[in-house]
Ligand binder design. Sequence first.
Ligand code: SF4
Ligand code: SF3
Length: 527
Amino acid sequence: MFCFQCEQTAGCSGCTGKVGVCGKNADVAALQDKLTGELIGLVRATGDVVPTGNVLKLIIEGLFTTLTNVSFNEQTLNELIEKVCTERERLVPQCFACASPCGTNNEYDLSHIWTDNEDIRSLKSLILFGIRGMAAYAYHAMVLGYTNDEVSHFFVKALFALGEDWGMDKLLPIVMELGKVNLVCMEMLDKANTGTYGTPTPITIDLKVEKGPFIIISGHDLLDLKLLLEQTKDKGINIYTHGEMLPAHGYPELKKYKHLKGNFGTAWQNQQKEFANVPAPILFTTNCLMPPKDGYSDRVFTTEVVSYPEITHIGDDKDFTPIIEKALELGGYDEDKQFTGINGGTSVTTGFGHGTILSVADKVIDAVKSGAIKHFFLVGGCDGARVGRNYYTDFVKQTPDDTIILTLACSKYRFNDLDLGTIIGGLPRIMDMGQCNDAYGAIKVAIALAEAFECEVNELPLSMILSWYEQKAVCILLTLLHLGIKNIRLGPTLPAFISPNVLGYLVENYNIAKITTPEEDLKNILG
Ligand code: SF4
Ligand code: SF3
């Protein structure tokens, strides 16, 4: 196998051999490549159109399925490949009946990309991993009834480009366009989420789990949470969020459910330890699923594109009965149990989306002008297991009292239980803007501040200290570059798929840099 799409890739260069660091085996990796190759064949068959209906669904689902920590299941991958193949056969029946096939609409062999010249491989990887990330966001919007022609069309354009023998001159503009289109995609998801569940408002969440039956729900899919809340109300079962589901507590239409009690555990990479003895079932709605250990695998459930062999999957009928029965059977804790975050804090906050922050924009602007706020740090992104990620905790701890830390995505668990005090009018210094897709909100805030100060975003007292792990981070990074944002600090390591020449381009044009030490980076930023 060969896979180097995520940050924990073996030796910082690529997972090869029988099993990747994430637990994905070589057969699954080969099927994910095959599925991607089939999708390239599919868009060759559709031609340059805006995909709709089943074709759009297959593209989005197929790309999302190959994201890190989503599917480990050969059977479901084979089923999806079959569906894509059937759709292609429907679109170009003459190709399937042809006695001397020309290959125009064939599936593409991804090994061409992995063995190509390193710069072409790098640019095609940015495109492929970027659209895998964007597909996750498009998927969440799609289940809420939202699609966008520009986003849908770009999937076709990008997949098609992957199968072509193009040079850097044609691929680089597509990489940069991906950043632009992903902004549209994140905006669509923001509309879908706030339109469906209301505008998030700040909330403090106790890290206590109350006695009695409960269910833990992980991942990014708010619709699954909503459906689970509906099916469990009045059943004496409490619901606790996990990982990227934490920001759900801020949405009015979700927090109105009294049995949505709190949050369990920390970031995804701690799940095998944190789920080991928990007397409750766990539902994974998206990444990041780790291979469930024997001690708790009978308590793990998946839904949507998440899949693992022999783990019960909740299908499209969304009948959560098996999870509800499991919760009642396990019964939860006998008495309330207080948990803590990784720094020992007993509560966390969330709900500081762009709606909340921009509602106090006047105060914030005055505070910047008066010097009460010296600097904003956006410290966010994906978490992961690699040693060195404590950089982010230490960085946040060392920020001066007259600075604000905006955060989002699962890396916040490194510091979201810290009490760093408040600033102007009682706002906490650490403000959780939401999931990774809520990077859109951070961008909105940055643009609004730049307008208020009549300057460029790069001239604001704002620094971005980002951590990456999976492919959604790739499309978000490209969006920030599309907006011309410079001086981003990225870590804990740089992507293996960025070739020296492509890195040179990013450094020269965007001054992107790898994190160093908190002391050094803070000195350079504030100095
Ligand atoms: Fe390795 Fe990451 Fe690919 Fe898994 S997703 S095989 S850890 S590079
Ligand atoms: Fe985390 Fe997996 Fe990326 Fe949505 S849950 S940010 S890593």
